[in-house]
Ligand binder design. Structure first.
Ligand SMILES: NC(=O)c1ccc[n+]([C@@H]2O[C@H](COP(=O)([O-])OP(=O)(O)OC[C@H]3O[C@@H](n4cnc5c(N)ncnc54)[C@H](O)[C@@H]3O)[C@@H](O)[C@H]2O)c1
Length: 258
């Protein structure tokens, strides 16, 4: 397959390019120069710059975005980088006859649920009285509850995926990502024991997102097989035929192990 990765120079793009190029023809776009063959410099907000890069592509993995989700990030930044750029990617994919677009969304789209119990306690690391195996998980088809403007901008991308799947014949996978970092281990905050997504599991899940046949539109959550879950990651593993290998608990210090 010829796969185009937007934001190929970023944290996740670097991981995916390395893994997928083992057996696929991987190309990339980034706004800054990236030292790898097939990577071109282009700004996704410039629609006229895109057709050449999309020519002959089978699947697009759209990662490029403003990923900061703090309250200080306003529409002046989010509108071009996450709204206009994402709309341009779907239009260019459709025009080029791309079969599937995989869109990097975020668990923040559903972050409002983390204000309710038992999710609030789990995210805070207060596990007393909660059975991790019996938590009713937040599924992909529940109504979004964005926890900030960044999350609202991601809902726009998710709905582009829905629209293009229903009306324009473009297969779509939305991945509501947890937390990926170059350190490749959970952070010190308790929530990262819910959201941690190891780089090898990231690579495996996105590989399944592009390779799995028979998908029209799916919303999946992206995290490793962490014991403490809020989101229904197992649904995505089933529809994608993917088995994660890591669990954040392996990094829990012995004194705080549950
Ligand atoms: N890393 C995480 O923990 C995490 C969690 C949830 C969601 N996500 C989402 O996953 C995606 C990738 O995340 P990441 O951690 O690799 O981000 P990153 O910031 O490391 O990489 C993004 C890349 O996109 C490029 N880019 C930004 N705007 C562009 C534009 N207009 N045109 C072309 N290139 C542009 C940047 O130069 C950068 O190389 C993002 O959409 C982010 O919102 C990431």
């Amino acid at each position: 397959m010829r796969i185009l990765i937007t934001g190929i120079g970023g944290t996740i793009g670097t991981v995916l390019a390395k893994d997928l190029s083992r057996d696929h023809d991987v190309k990339g776009i980034d706004i800054r120069p990236v030292d790898r063959p097939g990577a071109v410099v282009a700004d996704l907000t410039d629609a006229a710059a895109l057709p050449r890069a999309f020519d002959g592509v089978d699947a697009v993995i759209h990662l490029a975005a403003e990923r900061r989700h703090g309250r200080e990030i306003g529409w002046d930044i989010l509108h071009p980088r996450n709204v206009v750029a994402t709309a341009n990617v779907y239009d260019a994919a459709k025009a080029a006859g791309v079969r599937r677009v995989v869109f990097a969304s975020s668990m923040h789209v559903m972050g409002g649920y983390e204000e309710a119990e038992p999710y609030r306690s789990i995210a805070a690391g207060r596990y007393a009285g909660v059975n991790s195996a019996k938590v009713a998980l937040v599924s992909g088809d529940m109504p979004p509850r964005p926890d900030g403007r960044y999350a609202v901008s991601k809902i726009f991308g998710e709905q582009l995926a829905r629209y293009f799947a229903d009306w324009e014949g473009l297969e779509g996978v939305v991945v509501r990502l947890g937390t990926i970092s170059e350190a490749d281990r959970p952070g010190s905050d308790p929530r990262s024991f819910v959201s941690w997504f190891s780089t090898r599991d990231v690579a495996g899940l996105f590989r399944a997102c592009v390779e799995r046949p028979g998908i029209k539109y799916e919303v999946v959550y992206g995290a490793s097989a962490n014991t403490w879950k809020i989101y229904d990651t197992p649904y995505g593993w089933r529809v994608l035929g993917f088995t994660p290998q890591d669990n954040a608990e392996a990094f829990r210090s012995a004194g705080s192990r549950q």
